[in-house]
Design a protein around this ligand. Structure first.
Ligand code: GKR
Ligand code: MG
Length: 424
């Protein structure tokens, strides 16, 4: 029997998800953060799920794109990307500058479009997999591993309303947080979000982690907050314990200078965030590991293409994360399972998210997520949970509909503005 996999409907459900008060160089996470859940429906009753950023600028693009999908085949992914190119981006949404608040590199119209179309691509692949009885990894060429390793994503943090973790504001607090991550999820590598306190304090925290977890891979990521000089000092202090230093300084020339003078491997999710940025950064030796993110690189197939380019240049590849739910973790795991040259544990914020829209949460065992062989992404939507989180979004007066870490910081520090870089 031939199935009719024509898209008949696409629904977009913006939600607000509880988020603990995690600190970064831009400020602090708000108690609720926006995400967008995408569902595609086909003529034969198959459905597919995707998830991406839920701030207004993404919703504005998602709505016209959703309309263009109706009548297309779920397998027409190239057509989907063509349709996305046609969606106009409001110029006022594009700064062309480093997106300091979002901490994920320069903001461009293409990147906004890709961050939206990626959720549709994932939803179409989920639906196609379900229709064919195949996991998404099989649609991407097949898995090369049965489980994907993630790292514990440590944050300096305050205690807050959506939070069972408590504060962590010094080396002892960070080590305690790392122990909790290890006990609960079995993680064996650790990344500390830096750029929060003066570099000496963050160096002390990484040294405390090295003493508590000897031989374990450690990373420090200040989101480009340091000068070249400061980056070199930190690299010198931590060279023996770091797996890599992530985005110590802002921009390719600064990263290239730090890499050349320190010899410590540098990773990025800020200076290489699009295919156009690769040539310059790779030829200057600015980065040794690219942290892919299927949301803003434009989906799972683009993530595979990025990994292939990295392989050709002898550059490592792993995965960046921003606040996300289980649909995205499932998508990350499916694509990561197909990338042969993925040699570093991926980042994930998922343990920080106490809420989800799935019937069953994904789990970490020994720091790894098992690669599902169930059709599609292998996850199911809980409509009651989705409705609850959507109602929160509807009830919000606009305070949380757009992520604003600096605004959240101003509640306790009225003079706070997003710091200019280099901050130290
Ligand atoms: O969640 O505060 C955060 C992170 O700082 C996030 O916004 C970054 O994009 O995790 C990210 C990173 O590795 O730079
Ligand atoms: Mg980073």
């Amino acid at each position: 029997m031939t199935r009719d996999l024509t898209i008949t409907d696409v629904t977009l459900t913006p939600i607000l998800v509880a988020d603990p008060p995690l600190l970064n160089t831009a400020g602090i996470h708000q108690p609720y953060t926006p995400r967008l859940i995408v569902e595609v429906f086909t003529a034969d009753g198959t459905t597919g799920l995707g998830e991406t950023y839920g701030d207004t600028k993404y919703l504005e693009l998602a709505r016209p794109l959703a309309e263009q999908l109706v009548g297309r085949q779920i397998s027409d992914l190239n057509g989907l990307f063509g349709a996305a190119d046609e969606v106009a981006v409001d110029a006022s949404r594009v700064t062309g500058q480093v997106d300091v608040g979002g901490l994920r590199g320069v903001q461009t119209a293409d990147k906004l479009r890709l961050s939206v179309v990626s959720a549709f691509e994932v939803a179409c692949l989920d639906a196609l997999g379900k229709a064919l009885g195949l996991p998404v990894h099989a649609l991407l060429g097949g898995k090369v591993r049965d489980a994907v390793e993630y790292s514990a994503y440590l944050f300096y943090k305050r205690s807050g309303e959506n939070d069972t973790w408590g504060a962590a504001l010094d080396p002892a607090g960070i080590v305690e947080q790392a122990r909790t991550f290890t006990e609960r999820y079995g993680f064996t590598s650790f990344k500390l979000k830096g750029g929060v306190f003066p570099p000496d304090e963050e160096v002390a925290a990484v040294k405390a982690l090295a003493a508590a977890f000897p031989g374990h891979p450690l990373r420090l990521d200040p989101n480009g907050a340091w000068s070249v000089e400061t980056s070199l000092k930190v690299a010198e202090e931590l060279r023996d314990v770091l797996e890599y230093l992530e985005d110590p300084a802002t921009g390719v020339p600064a990263m290239a200078e730090v890499a050349a003078k320190s010899g410590v491997p540098l990773a990025t999710n800020m200076c290489v965030t699009t295919f156009d940025e690769i040539k310059d950064a790779f030829t200057q030796g600015a980065v040794q590991v690219v942290l892919s993110d299927h949301h803003y690189w434009g989906g799972l197939r683009n993530t595979q293409q990025l990994a292939a380019i990295c392989r050709a240049f002898g550059v490592g590849v792993s995965m960046h994360s921003n606040t996300h739910l289980g649909i995205s973790l499932a998508a990350m795991t499916q694509v990561a399972a197909t990338v042969p040259n993925l040699h570093h544990a991926c980042d994930s914020h998922y343990p920080w998210q106490s809420e989800d829209v799935l019937t069953e949460r994904l789990t970490f065992d020994g720091g790894k997520v098992a690669v599902s062989d169930a059709p599609g992404l292998g996850v199911a939507l809980d409509r009651e949970k989705l409705a609850f989180l959507h109602q929160r979004w509807l009830d919000d007066d606009g305070t949380y509909k757009d992520r604003d870490d600096a605004a959240a910081m101003r509640l306790t520090d009225p003079q706070w503005t997003t710091p200019a870089v280099p901050r130290w």
